[in-house]
Design a protein around this ligand. Structure first.
Ligand SMILES: [Zn+2]
Length: 100
């Protein structure tokens, strides 16, 4: 994962798929085992083509977090591959007063 993924993609195709082989989740680092659902996002950013694999748990946390952040803070729906847990920790620290 690259900090360059902060850029918005030129294009990005996001699909929920079944793993035909193991993948490493780009958010939590756990292995998505063969036969398990995960999100596959393939696209082009300014730095080039990239494919991001996100496990179902991280997708659920990310989507819930984005919804909550929009509802509570009025923030946009933008998020960055590989940064979801850092964003959640920052949100908890900044808005909820938790120091993780
Ligand atoms: Zn994950």
């Amino acid at each position: 994962m690259s900090r360059n993924d902060y850029d918005m993609p030129v294009f990005c195709n996001v699909r929920e798929v079944i793993a035909r082989r193991p993948h490493i989740c780009g958010e939590c680092g756990r292995i998505v085992e063969r036969g398990h659902r995960y999100e596959r996002a393939a696209g082009k950013w300014d730095h080039g083509l990239a494919t991001h694999h996100t496990c179902a748990d991280c997708v659920a946390w990310r989507d819930g977090f984005i919804d909550a952040r929009r509802a509570v803070c009025g923030m946009d729906d933008r998020w960055y591959f590989g940064e979801v847990w850092a964003d959640i920790r920052e949100y908890c620290r900044e808005f909820l007063g938790y120091d993780a």
